[in-house]
Write a new protein. Structure first.
Length: 263
């Protein structure tokens, strides 16, 4: 297949996928609107899409102030989670005893519910940014570490032997062999961690803090302003989708050869 034909087919497929996704969301909002309009569910339990949109517009300046706090927490925690996950993956791949020692600990950290950790972090670290960042690190480093580790270990052994036959050092094998091979796994894990970062920040803010989307949700919940709660959920969803889109863009920039691969 010629390159031009392949790109044309690829664009058509992407457009078709986008139409399917948009149609599905339109269907959901249509059902939601009909359910609320016909009072199938009481309005105080499920506000209509228009009520949510009006709440989003009217409270947008307040939401923006809280959003800034949450996004800063999420970015700091995600950056630290990436650094920690990368370090752990490299150590477990390089040293067998580190793999045997750390892997069970990684599994244990993911079996503990985050809502049970958050109160302890607030108790130990106070109501500032520190407990939020720590919680985000806990929920984001695991996908990064496991994704990279799987990528490192799935490289073709013949490729490693070839590089060793060419007198490549372990550092050169890692940089030119294992790391490029693990990039698809890394970006797949990063998309998951990016969405976890926002959710982790909001969960940590539920249990203590002075500002942030989680704090805002707690306040409006006490006044039974569920339209405003849905507005926050809408904002969190949009933010998560944007972050995953940015990760996808970064993946295309970092791996330009991937777009020419045949599906």
């Amino acid at each position: 297949m010629k390159r031009g034909d392949f790109l044309k087919k690829f664009r058509i497929q992407k457009l078709r996928d986008a139409i399917y996704s948009v149609s599905f969301f339109v269907l959901i909002f249509l059902i939601w609107h009909l359910v609320t309009k016909n009072n199938i569910v009481p309005k105080f339990m499920l506000p209509s899409p228009m009520d949510v949109l009006n709440a989003f517009i009217s409270d947008f300046p307040i939401l923006l102030n809280h959003f800034k706090v949450t996004i800063i927490e999420a970015f700091i925690g995600l950056a630290m989670g990436i650094l920690l996950g990368f370090t752990i993956a490299v150590l477990m791949d390089r040293y067998e005893f580190m793999y045997k020692a750390l892997y069970p600990v990684l599994i244990i950290t993911q079996t503990i519910p985050t809502v049970s950790i958050a109160p302890l972090l607030v108790l130990w670290l106070g109501y500032g940014i520190a407990p939020k960042v720590v919680l985000i690190v806990i929920v984001t480093f695991f996908p990064i570490a496991i994704g990279l580790l799987d990528g490192f270990k799935s490289i073709d052994r013949d490729q490693i032997r070839l590089m060793e036959a060419m007198n490549a050092t372990k550092r050169q094998i890692f940089i030119h062999g294992k790391l490029p091979h693990a990039l698809p796994n890394f970006f797949s894990s990063l998309r998951i961690s990016a969405s976890y970062a926002i959710v982790g920040a909001v969960i940590s803010e539920w249990l203590g803090g002075f500002s942030g989307l989680g704090v805002y949700m707690t306040r409006v919940k006490k006044s039974y302003s569920f339209d405003k709660m849905f507005a926050v959920i809408f904002l969190i969803t949009i933010t998560s989708l944007i972050l995953m889109g940015l990760v996808k863009l970064l993946e295309k920039i970092s791996m330009p050869w991937k777009k020419y691969e045949k599906k």
